[in-house]
Design a protein around this ligand. Structure first.
Ligand code: ZN
Length: 134
């Protein structure tokens, strides 16, 4: 993994959480982006070299809605930047990690993303991401 790219936080109400994190972090969200395929709207903060990604559900079937139902709001995932996301997924799978996505899919922030199942990663939902190439 190249670096910790962002930390995902599941929230119920995006406006309220944006205001809370703006006060906490001393900086405002710099963009919002909806990922319809995942049923989420995201909001990004930049803290040094790492981003904080707030995730709110856009519908009841969203993985974020289900997560909040089960666990409440809070830390959702860690996202690591990689080069060659497909090869990295293949390697992690042959190394015994369970993949949620066998192939990367289009995510927020101009990235291809894929998640590893938390049951194989010490209960830490883990995302790999790679900048989309133009
Ligand atoms: Zn993420």
């Amino acid at each position: 993994m190249k670096k910790l790219e962002h930390i995902g936080i599941a929230v119920r109400n995006l406006e309220e959480s944006e205001a809370l994190f703006a006060r906490l972090l001393g900086t405002s969200s710099y963009k919002r982006e909806t990922v319809e395929s995942e049923g989420v709207i995201t909001s990004f903060f930049a803290i040094g070299d790492v981003k904080i990604e707030l995730l709110a559900a856009t519908n009841a079937e969203s993985p974020i809605a289900k997560f909040i139902e089960k666990k409440g709001e809070g830390l959702h995932h860690l996202a690591f930047e990689v080069d060659g996301i497909q090869e990295r997924l293949n390697r992690l799978q042959s190394d015994g990690f369970d993949l949620i996505h066998q192939q990367p899919k289009s995510g927020a922030d101009n990235k291809n993303i894929a998640f590893l199942h938390p049951k194989s990663t010490g209960s830490v939902l883990t995302e790999l991401c790679e900048e989309k190439k133009a």
